[in-house]
Structure formats: structure tokens, C-alpha cells
Design a binder for this molecule. Structure first.
Ligand SMILES: Nc1ncnc2c1ncn2[C@@H]1O[C@H](COP(=O)(O)OP(=O)(O)OP(=O)(O)O)[C@@H](O)[C@H]1O
Ligand SMILES: [Mg+2]
Length: 327
């Protein structure tokens, strides 16, 4: 069975005023249809750049150095802008951290949803159904994201709704093209904790009901664990460890993953000080040689400074890229 999404040795550079950022350094990720992948890692490690690359909306000046992103048997890197219009927002949709940025403050929710639905027909070269049918579709989409008072919401402007409500609406818009893959980039970070839990529950329900394939990005390991069957841990533009959420969270092999998990507050309430990972993420213009994590790693030796570690299997659906991975 071929994966729905296959990212193979993907390397991306971003030329900047100060030099070339080696922002993604050989990313390998495969995701089956209907599966859910969480991507975790510190701020600046390249999660958003990767997500946007899958959507074909990466930084404009970014340069692919090697590798491919293959989705549904199509090499996305080779698509023309015209071809992209049949993929982006249709087969692959994305939701973002701050819903307000992606809603027009001057138009009602109904108008915006209606326009998205109409645009989907146009993008696919299909005649749009009658206006009443498109309006009915707006209502169904809102119901799909568990909005009950659909008529009030359709007449509302974005500022009249709560942050959680706005995120539901963006999810509804993302679903309008019936995508196969939904990418959620920090979808709950801007929301308060109870609303976060509701949005995660909604996404979980959509995965189960619609069989959506989801890539969710978060630096909240709890949110990742609530939604994702699989987890990829990113550090400074590389995937250092990847596998089932169960194996990554219960038996992390990479020192960086261990550090991330140790930095979590203990829900059991033992009053232990948080163990943070010393240091900060490196400058990607001049990343450390060998393993990019070595300057911060408690287990680093000479080989870590010299050789980039190969990604190797350490269990059923569990790989790690480390010269001195934990057993
Ligand atoms: N358009 C751009 N031009 C130049 N550099 C960029 C651009 N977009 C991202 N970067 C750089 O690429 C690196 C990765 O950024 P990215 O936004 O992917 O991180 P992230 O993992 O999503 O972080 P966060 O958790 O804070 O969202 C950073 O060093 C960032 O400064
Ligand atoms: Mg980001």
C-alpha cells in the first residue's frame, strides 16, 4: 500500500540577507490514508515551513535542494500554479493558529463560506449548483463542525464570535472542498484550555467520521497525544524520531525527545522542577556539523560532531536518528 503522503529526503533552503538558511535538512515522512501524524518540536525548528511546503505555500524565495513531496501519487514539487488550484484547499486543506487572520472582518461568515463553496466548484471547472443548494451546504458544513445555531452564525461578522467559534468556522471552510488531507498548524494555541479541548475533540470526531488524514503541528505534546496516532519529533530542520505516539511517548529513544518530554509539567502533580533542555535551537545559516542536536546533547561524543546520524529502526513503526539512542 502506498502512503497518501510521502516526503522523501526533502531539503529546503531559504536565502536571506544574512546567508542561506538550511531550514529543512532531509525530511522523511510517510503517512497512510486515514492516519494522524503529530509534529512536535521547539519554536523555529521548521514545522510551519514544512506544513506550508506540503500546501505549496512555502516561503516564496525558498529553494528545494533535494527530495520530493508526493501526495496521492502526485509529485507536488512539479505542479504548475494552475494544477495547484486543483489540489490546494481541495485535496489538501490547512487551518492555522490565528483564525482571525484568515477571516475577512468586513464580510459575514455566511458570505465567506458561500464564496469558498462557490470557488471550489469553479476551481474544479464544475457548474455551481443553485444558490439555495449552496446555502444548504453552508449549513451542513457548520453542522459538521458542531455549530448548532447556524442561522445566527451565518449572519454574524467574525468579531461577533469567540475564538473557538472562529476556529470551527475555519475548519468548516477547510472541509468545504472535501479534502483528503487536513494540516492543522497549532490550531489550538491561541485558545484557552477548555476551548482547546473542544476543538481537539471536534478534530478527533472528524477523523473518525470522515476518515480524514491529519497532520497536526503543536508544541503541546498533550494536544498531539490526544489526536495523533503517530508522532514525528523535529529538531532544527530534521526529524530526529518518528513512530507511534504510544512508543514515542512511553519509550522515547532520542535524547531530544526525552528532553522535550521531561520539560512537560507532570499531571500527576508531583512537585518536581521542570527539566528544560539547556541551550537554544541553533542558527540554521550555520547549523552544527554532524548531528544538529550535538551542542545541546548530554550524550554527544566525537562522532556526533562529525557524522549526521542515519535514521534507523528501533521497533515496529519507530525510527530514530541518533548515534547514541537510548535502548
Ligand atoms: N519566509 C521566511 N523567510 C526567511 N526565514 C524564514 C521564513 N519563514 C520561516 N523562516 C525561518 O525558518 C525557520 C523555521 O521556521 P518555522 O516557522 O517553520 O518554525 P516553527 O517550527 O513553525 O516554529 P513555531 O513553533 O514558532 O511556529 C526559522 O528560523 C524561521 O525564522
Ligand atoms: Mg510554526
Amino acid at each position: 500500500m502506498t502512503a497518501l503522503l510521502n516526503i522523501d529526503n526533502y531539503r529546503l533552503d531559504i536565502p536571506t540577507f544574512d546567508g542561506v538558511l538550511k531550514v529543512l535538512d532531509g525530511i522523511d515522512i510517510a503517512l497512510e490514508q486515514g492516519d494522524t501524524l503529530g509534529i512536535v518540536g521547539e519554536s523555529g525548528c521548521g514545522k510551519t515551513v514544512l506544513a506550508r511546503s506540503i500546501m505549496g505555500i512555502g516561503p516564496r524565495n525558498a529553494r528545494r535542494v533535494s527530495g520530493h513531496i508526493v501526495f496521492d501519487s502526485t509529485a507536488l514539487d512539479e505542479l504548475s500554479e494552475a494544477d495547484w488550484r486543483r489540489v490546494r484547499g481541495v485535496k489538501i486543506s490547512m487551518i492555522f493558529q490565528d483564525p482571525m487572520t484568515y477571516l475577512n472582518p468586513l464580510l459575514t461568515i455566511g458570505r465567506q463560506l458561500f464564496d469558498v463553496i462557490t470557488a471550489h466548484y469553479r476551481a474544479q471547472g464544475k457548474p455551481a449548483p443553485a444558490k439555495t443548494d449552496r446555502l444548504a451546504r453552508c449549513v451542513r458544513l457548520l453542522e459538521q463542525v458542531q455549530i448548532a445555531d447556524t442561522q445566527r452564525v451565518l449572519k454574524s461578522y467574525p468579531h461577533q464570535l469567540s475564538g473557538g467559534m472562529r476556529q470551527r468556522i475555519l475548519i468548516a471552510m477547510a472541509l468545504a472542498g472535501e479534502p483528503k488531507l487536513l494540516i492543522a498548524d497549532e490550531p489550538t494555541t491561541a485558545l484557552d484550555v477548555t476551548i482547546q479541548a473542544e476543538i481537539l475533540k471536534l478534530l478527533r470526531g472528524l477523523v473518525d467520521r470522515l476518515g480524514l488524514t491529519v497532520v497536526m503541528i503543536s508544541h503541546d505534546v498533550g494536544a498531539i497525544a490526544a489526536l495523533s496516532r503517530r508522532v514525528a519529533v523535529m529538531y532544527a530542520g530534521t526529524v530526529v524520531e518518528q513512530g507511534t505516539a504510544k512508543s514515542i511517548l512511553t519509550r522515547p529513544r532520542h535524547p531530544y525527545t526525552r528532553g522535550l518530554l521531561a520539560a512537560l509539567p507532570d499531571i500527576e502533580g508531583d512537585a518536581q522542577p521542570l527539566e528544560a533542555i539547556p541551550g537554544t535551537i541553533p542558527n540554521l545559516i550555520n547549523p552544527p556539523s554532524g548531528c544538529r542536536f550535538h551542542p545541546r546533547c548530554p550524550r554527544a561524543t566525537a562522532i556526533c560532531r562529525q557524522e549526521k546520524p542515519e535514521t534507523r529502526s528501533v521497533g515496529a513503526d519507530h525510527v530514530v536518528a541518533c548515534h547514541h539512542a537510548f535502548d
